[in-house]
Design a protein around this ligand. Structure first.
Ligand SMILES: NC(=O)c1ccc[n+]([C@@H]2O[C@H](COP(=O)([O-])OP(=O)(O)OC[C@H]3O[C@@H](n4cnc5c(N)ncnc54)[C@H](OP(=O)(O)O)[C@@H]3O)[C@@H](O)[C@H]2O)c1
Length: 166
């Protein structure tokens, strides 16, 4: 079982605005998100599902976490509790793709994280990725992408949870 979080955060850990949208749409980062998650199960909160312009996300099994037991959506499987996430992750790597509520509730059960650190804080964030201790994580990979006049500088960082004794 591997539970993986994938998110793009600004310098204050902001991830979304007050209209339920992403703070940034960096084409190379969105492409990376697609490559990493394709052919896997992805799990999102109901508000993130609502925010998707094109849904379901193609070539992935889309799950939506909601407390509404009557929730139905074309192309998505509803989940009503966090325990169900552990169940569907039993034999494979699954991806928690947001939003803030989901990240906050699942970071302690996560084994791995793909974070995009965007070196900018000029957007008005309304939702945030949880602060976490770097002591709990190893950095497996870190790649800096220098920005230009259209795109801020950002860093793709892959973390795996540090095992006891490491
Ligand atoms: N930067 C990024 O990487 C990134 C990625 C994804 C999303 N986002 C942004 O994040 C924002 C949305 O985040 P959010 O925190 O407002 O919402 P969210 O986490 O996407 O969804 C919250 C909803 O999930 C359901 N939920 C949460 N915990 C649950 C639990 N324990 N059991 C059952 N259902 C549960 C509830 O749905 P019901 O109300 O239906 O019960 C709740 O209202 C948007 O702006 C989006 O664009 C950013």
């Amino acid at each position: 079982m591997t539970i993986t979080l994938i998110a793009a955060v600004d310098t204050n850990y902001g991830i979304g605005d007050s209209n339920n949208n992403l703070l940034y749409k960096i084409p190379n980062d969105l492409q990376r998100f697609k490559e990493i998650t394709t052919n896997h199960k992805i799990i999102m909160g109901r508000k993130t599902w609502d925010s998707l312009p094109n849904k379901p996300l193609k070539n992935r099994i889309n799950y939506v976490l909601t407390r509404d037991e009557r929730f139905r959506a074309n192309g998505a499987m509803p989940l009503n509790s966090l325990d169900e996430i552990k169940y569907i992750a039993e034999n494979e790597e699954i991806f928690i793709i947001g939003g803030a509520e989901l990240y906050h509730q699942t970071i302690d059960m996560a084994d791995k994280m793909y974070l995009t650190y965007i070196f900018d804080s000029s957007k008005d964030a309304a939702t945030y990725f949880p602060k976490f201790s770097y002591m709990d994580w190893n950095v497996d990979k870190s790649v800096l992408h220098v920005g230009d006049k259209y795109t801020p500088t950002y860093n793709h960082t892959t973390f795996s949870r540090r095992k006891k004794g490491e």
